[in-house]
Design a protein around this ligand. Structure first.
Ligand SMILES: [Zn+2]
Length: 357
């Protein structure tokens, strides 16, 4: 085919025609290409007809043959591409609406107990056979219950506005910084009947708040489990026996437990309870920071001032109390490096923690 008989811009357009057809990804762009080449007006085809009209007589025959051949080639290629694109569009549409009424419906994701709640439930299960029941208290507390009733003096840093969320519109109200105010509430409630009851033992799991920036090891909201026993002649031997039993129930019968002296305002004496690192068995690892021991509980004998504040005579009654940080223990046991994972509800994390099927 002798394209030199045609104006150069039409010859050039024909050179890129095959590419343009292949590059038309949808029917709209193909229709635009069709208009450009074979449209009735202002197309390459209509321009070729104008050229033919004004061509010298002796060229007309040859030129006419070239023009016809080009037009046929264009029309055929455009038609084939249109069939292809229409077929693709149809199959995409049928795929989108494909629905088989015989298939069972997709199963909804089953909810499950959150890993933190499971750990708290486990602790409650450990203490229930020992006669402990669950007590709860409000997360909005009075300054008296959160601090004064627990022998936390006026100048203690925990009372500072930098560490605690106070309600500015309600004087003396705050978000509790620990579950210990439940001790105050329960002791005050049972004080009149304590002789009849012969004492009390309970666990208080719940949410607590501190004015901390959120980072891998801090959160302004976290969980604690508090435990308390009050009776006659309660001493460190009762505390040690009870907590050794609980740690073995939690970490296995071979769990090694140690008690270290420590200070908390609401107990005297106070101690911290460590368990031999369940991950390395005591040889030292990243989780136990090489010491072979991990701190699980703060505990101690109930301070006489705490009993006195609640209206219970500390010369007649005595007891012990303990508290555990739930996130801290969960992170340690599961080797989770970032506390925030527990609050982000990422199903992949919850699944890995065994919380979802
Ligand atoms: Zn270790």
């Amino acid at each position: 085919m002798d394209l030199t008989l045609l104006p150069p811009e039409i010859a050039e357009a024909h050179q890129r025609f095959a590419c343009s057809v292949a590059a038309s990804a949808d029917l709209d762009s193909l229709m635009r290409l069709k208009g450009e080449f074979t449209g009735r007006e202002a197309s390459h085809a209509s321009r070729m007809m104008d050229v033919l009209k004004t061509a010298p007589k002796e060229q007309k025959r040859e030129l006419g043959a070239v023009i016809n051949a080009l037009k046929n080639e264009w029309e055929e290629a455009l038609k084939n591409r249109q069939i292809e694109l229409e077929a693709a569009k149809k199959s995409a549409a049928s795929l989108a609406t494909s629905w088989d009424p015989d298939l069972p419906p997709p199963l909804p994701v089953h909810g499950a107990i959150h890993p933190l709640n499971r750990l708290m439930d486990r602790l409650v299960d450990v203490f229930r056979p020992l006669g402990y029941h669950v007590e709860e208290g409000p997360e909005t507390e009075t300054e008296a219950n959160n601090f004064d009733g627990l022998n936390i003096p006026e100048d203690h840093p925990a009372r500072g506005s930098a560490d605690t969320f106070y309600f500015s519109a309600h004087a003396g109200k705050l978000l509790r910084t620990h579950t210990s105010p439940v001790q105050v509430r329960v002791l005050q409630r049972i004080a009149p009947d304590i002789e009849k009851l012969g004492g009390i033992r309970f666990l208080a799991p719940g949410r607590v708040y501190r004015k901390d920036e959120i980072d891998p090891t801090h959160s302004p909201m976290f969980h604690q489990v508090e435990g308390m026993l009050v009776g006659h002649g309660i001493g460190m031997h009762h505390l040690k026996g009870t907590l050794s039993y609980a740690m073995k129930a939690l970490f296995g019968p071979a769990a090694d437990v140690r008690f270290r002296p420590s200070y908390f305002p609401f107990v005297e004496p106070g101690c911290e309870v460590d368990v031999r690192c369940p991950l390395c068995g005591g040889s030292g690892c990243r989780v136990c920071k090489g010491s072979g021991w991990v701190e699980i509980l703060g505990a101690g004998l109930v301070h006489p001032n705490v009993l006195k504040f609640a209206g219970i005579d500390p010369t007649v009654w005595s007891g012990f109390a303990f508290g555990m940080g739930v996130e801290r223990t969960a992170m340690m046991v599961s080797q989770t490096p970032d506390l925030r994972l527990f609050f982000e509800n990422d199903q992949r994390f919850l699944k890995a923690m065994g919380g979802l099927d």
